[in-house]
Design a protein around this ligand. Structure first.
Ligand SMILES: [Zn+2]
Length: 100
């Protein structure tokens, strides 16, 4: 098992994960005051890694999918031959927009 999964986190807590996806970091840590920022960051790291990020070269849509539920078709234009892994410039672009 990856050592990162041994860091304190709440990745398997469905209720917290629901809030994790909906709330900002500040809001989340305020509503779960007994959790530490480190636990939040550890969870975020694991959560981010569990998603495969890809871009469709046909319609240029960015999307991600669960590692355990692999897709080979773009959900936007339904083509499958044009999916590409993120390059560093994709990541930089999305980071600028706060999407990564
Ligand atoms: Zn597409």
């Amino acid at each position: 098992m990856d050592t990162e999964f041994k860091k304190a986190n709440f990745i398997s807590d469905a209720e917290k994960m629901r809030d994790f996806k909906e709330l900002s970091k500040e809001e989340f840590l305020q509503s779960y005051s007994y959790l530490t920022e480190e636990e939040y960051d550890n969870t975020k790291e694991i959560y981010t890694k569990s998603f495969v990020k890809t871009r469709c070269n046909m319609c240029m849509a960015y999307f991600e999918y669960d590692e355990n539920n692999v897709v080979d078709t773009c959900p936007f234009c339904n083509t499958g031959e044009y999916l590409t892994d993120f390059t560093q410039s994709d990541i930089d672009f999305l980071k600028k927009k706060g999407l990564y």
